[in-house]
Design a protein around this ligand. Structure first.
Ligand code: SAM
Length: 239
């Protein structure tokens, strides 16, 4: 079956190909995905388009799943275990570096480290793509331990953080970069949320910590179709 990747990743590919078409110059083809693992790895898209594709991920099992996906489709991607806070490549090794939905699982101080590392391994003039989860997302679940860092249990016993950003907070993370494009994407999965029974809504509360009391959670059931997940995606150029 043909694979469809997540839309934001096509946005980065489209930016690269369009910029090349307009300028007549190549942006390079050596690309690194940080947090590249899982069952539908976005780096597969770049491999399909002939890029020299690399991926690192901190989790063995995520790397195994991504390798299986690519091997099963004849896609050539060099995966390795690696931490995006200490990327195991030399300075300026890549033309293009990105992350998709992996930085959100770092604390804000680790996000700063990861962005510094992504900047380090991209060449001068190279392009980067990353996304920030927006504080406009609603509702946000989890225990807020530091400002806009929410911790909750996912997959039963794995505790993860989701870090959120106000629009005006992001610039300070982008030192040394020229901003080429910002996409703020508000996703309403209204069809799913509006069909949720009250019982399921309350079970959702039970499965997670929320930053609402049980009573508040029950009250906002009527607002469930306002649910949204908002992301701010940046494409930048290293100066
Ligand atoms: C939600 S998944 C997204 C995976 C993939 N980018 C995608 O879009 O399908 C987050 C990924 O980030 C990885 N990850 C979390 N912290 C990381 C770190 N410090 N360095 C590298 N990968 C990390 C996780 O192991 C996981 O595979």
């Amino acid at each position: 079956m043909e694979v469809v990747y997540r839309s934001a990743v096509y946005g980065f590919l489209e930016f690269i190909l369009e910029k090349e078409r307009i300028s007549g110059e190549s942006l390079g083809r050596k690309i690194l995905d940080c947090g590249a693992g899982g069952q539908r790895p976005p780096i597969g898209l770049f491999s399909e388009y002939g890029f020299e594709a690399f991926g690192i991920d901190i989790s063995d099992s995520q790397v195994v799943a991504a390798k299986e996906f690519c091997e099963g489709r004849g896609l050539s991607v060099k995966f390795s275990i690696g931490d995006m806070r200490r990327i195991p490549f030399d300075d300026g090794s890549f033309d293009l570096v990105y992350e998709f939905y992996s930085m959100v699982h770092l604390t804000k101080s680790d996000i700063l480290k990861a962005i510094r590392e992504m900047k380090r391994v991209v060449k001068k003039g190279g392009h980067l793509f990353f996304g920030f989860a927006s504080r406009d997302t609603w509702p946000i679940t989890g225990e807020e331990r530091e400002k806009n860092e929410f911790w909750l249990f996912e997959h039963d016993d794995l505790e993860v953080v989701h870090s959120f950003f106000n629009d005006d907070e992001i610039d300070e993370y982008l030192e040394g970069l020229e901003i080429m494009r910002i996409d703020k994407v508000v996703r309403h999965d209204s069809w799913w949320w509006s069909r949720l029974s009250k019982e399921d809504w309350m079970n959702y509360y039970a499965d997670n910590w929320t930053n609402h009391s049980r009573e508040e959670w029950e009250k906002i059931y009527d607002r469930r179709s306002e649910q949204n997940y908002t992301h701010i995606f940046y494409i930048c150029k290293k100066l």
